[in-house]
Write a protein that binds this ligand. Structure first.
Ligand SMILES: *[C@@H]1O[C@H](CO)[C@@H](O)[C@H](O)[C@H]1NC(C)=O
Ligand SMILES: *[C@@H]1O[C@H](CO)[C@@H](O)[C@H](O)[C@H]1NC(C)=O
Ligand SMILES: *[C@@H]1O[C@H](CO)[C@@H](O)[C@H](O)[C@H]1NC(C)=O
Ligand SMILES: *[C@@H]1O[C@H](CO)[C@@H](O)[C@H](O)[C@H]1NC(C)=O
Ligand SMILES: *[C@@H]1O[C@H](CO)[C@@H](O)[C@H](O)[C@H]1NC(C)=O
Ligand SMILES: *[C@@H]1O[C@H](CO)[C@@H](O)[C@H](O)[C@H]1NC(C)=O
Ligand SMILES: [Fe+2]
Length: 438
């Protein structure tokens, strides 16, 4: 061994002994979200050491990276014992051409990401957005992820809705599980808007990993917000305000007031005419026929009817959503799939006996929480509930396409059955809003 090599080995041994940490300026965990205003997209990523926040992008097929946008990095300190820190970069792209695919990378002069692409959302209301939706996907056993990756790569979706419960859990191992999960979903979340709501698995340190890592519209750190896509108004909210009241009962009331205001606005005749579909997404369902002790198995589930042991009593959400004519409510939390007949207050309101989903007289609920996690899947009670139309404990996720103002299609994909659509529904409505119930 020559002297130079010996020196190198010595240096290596010394730095190991001194524990000199590596420098992390390479961008990772890239994901995108729709910030709510037409022509925009928000790019979010992480570096462990401080760098600038830059996105270089351009129209697919044009000159690469001819456009540049800059943003900011926020320091996030995890609540775990190591108090790990990371920088969360956010860069807003504006004035994107609707329906046009873009190519981008992100980072800084200290390191650039791989190249990704996305299609800017169309602004008009007369197109037919396609979604993947699911909840409860973890770092361990994310069984549906491979299929979702392939679906996304063949450009099957315009947006992905993750209905709460990420990573299991993002805060674990001093938030390294959160890092690893966000690396896993980069394969889908860097290509289409990845829209979220919080679940119970995010609750540690007052939801801080969730609030810091995601970048949803509104100024609520992604806790509740709404956005428009094609003929749809999507409302995302936190069911967790009904359970983690230790973080502030006022949050429950604040959200309720916000929901009411948002629904009021969405129901103004000129708005509902433009975007007739109102779809809500929240983690814990109001109804379910699972064989567990969850909230949704209770007749007076907190999400459905509220809390009566608080001052003042806290209103539930079923009446509110019914009053404002919500068309479809999507949920997760139960690690299974369940489709309900149109239902209000435990009563089935079919459109008709033969065509229950043609002009239904109450909202339709779908529970799709079996994307895959370390807790496996949830079984059902053997009895059949009169409001339950179909149920399955296969791993999987839902696909939805809103064709136009009257037709919405939804299907559940079974990953256990190699991608077979095990259930499907056409929701057809000539009329939207509370007057549709009459
Ligand atoms: C890089 O980040 C690590 C982890 O947060 C930290 O320990 C280290 O001090 C940082 N180094 C520099 C040069 O900022
Ligand atoms: C929890 O976070 C919310 C913001 O989402 C904040 O308003 C509230 O005060 C926090 N609660 C506690 C107990 O820190
Ligand atoms: C309060 O709510 C619980 C369920 O959350 C229910 O069992 C109880 O009957 C309710 N009490 C009153 C007075 O309504
Ligand atoms: C809902 O049903 C319960 C009993 O099944 C009834 O007591 C209650 O009045 C109903 N509420 C509404 C708003 O219809
Ligand atoms: C609703 O429609 C389904 C499918 O036709 C039927 O099985 C169910 O009994 C109906 N429920 C009521 C209350 O009419
Ligand atoms: C809406 O879409 C459905 C499904 O593609 C189609 O059958 C129907 O004719 C469309 N309605 C209008 C008004 O375009
Ligand atoms: Fe959950």
């Amino acid at each position: 061994m020559d002297t130079f090599a010996t020196l190198l080995v010595l240096c290596g041994v010394m730095s190991l002994a001194l524990g000199v940490p590596p420098i992390w300026t390479q961008p990772e965990q890239i994901h995108i979200s729709y910030p709510g205003s037409p022509g925009s997209m928000l790019i979010t990523w992480i570096t462990l050491n401080k760098t600038d926040s830059v996105v270089e992008y351009g129209v697919w097929g044009g000159k690469l990276f001819e456009l540049t946008a800059k943003g900011q990095a926020a320091l996030f300190e995890d609540g775990g014992s190591e108090k790990r820190t990371m920088f969360i970069h956010r860069v807003l792209l504006r004035e994107l051409k609707p329906g046009v695919p873009y190519v981008y990378h992100c980072g800084s002069d200290l390191g650039w990401s791989d190249i990704f692409y996305f299609t800017a959302l169309r602004e008009r209301v007369d197109w037919s957005p396609r979604f993947a939706l699911y909840g409860d996907m973890g770092n361990e056993n994310p069984q549906s992820l491979a299929r979702l990756q392939k679906d996304t790569q063949v450009r099957m979706y315009d947006a992905i809705l993750h209905i709460g419960d990420f990573a299991y859990d993002m805060d674990e191992d001093n938030a390294r599980i959160g890092d690893q999960f966000m690396r896993q979903v980069e394969s889908i979340a860097a290509y289409v808007p990845y829209m979220t709501c919080p679940g119970n698995h995010e609750n540690t340190y007052n939801f801080s990993n969730y609030r810091n890592r995601f970048s949803m519209p509104g100024n609520t750190e992604s806790m509740w917000y709404s956005w428009n896509i094609g003929p749809v108004h999507i409302i995302s909210f936190s069911t967790e305000v009904y359970f983690y009241t230790n973080y502030g009962l006022d949050l429950l009331f604040k959200q309720y007031q916000w929901l009411q205001k948002d629904l009021e606005e969405a129901n103004r005749p000129e708005n509902r005419a433009q975007r007739p579909w109102i779809i809500t997404m929240g983690h814990r369902p109001m109804y379910c026929s699972n064989a567990d002790k969850d909230d949704c198995t209770e007749f007076n589930s907190h999400v459905r009817t509220g809390l009566n042991d608080t001052t003042p009593p806290a209103p539930g959400l079923e009446d509110l959503f019914y009053r404002y004519g919500v068309d479809l409510e999507v949920w997760a939390h139960e690690h299974s799939y369940e489709r309900l007949w149109p239902v209000y207050n435990y009563t089935v309101f079919n459109g008709s006996l033969n065509e229950p989903y043609v002009n239904p007289k109450a909202p339709v609920h779908i529970i799709t929480g079996s994307a895959g996690c370390r807790e496996r899947t949830d079984p059902f009670v053997p009895e059949h509930r009169p409001w339950s139309a179909f149920r399955s404990s296969d791993y999987g996720y839902a696909r939805m396409q809103v064709f136009n103002s009257s037709h919405l299609y939804l299907e559940q994909v079974s990953d256990d059955q190699y991608g077979k659509a095990i259930d499907s529904m056409w929701l057809v409505k000539d009329k939207h809003g509370p007057e549709a119930w009459l």
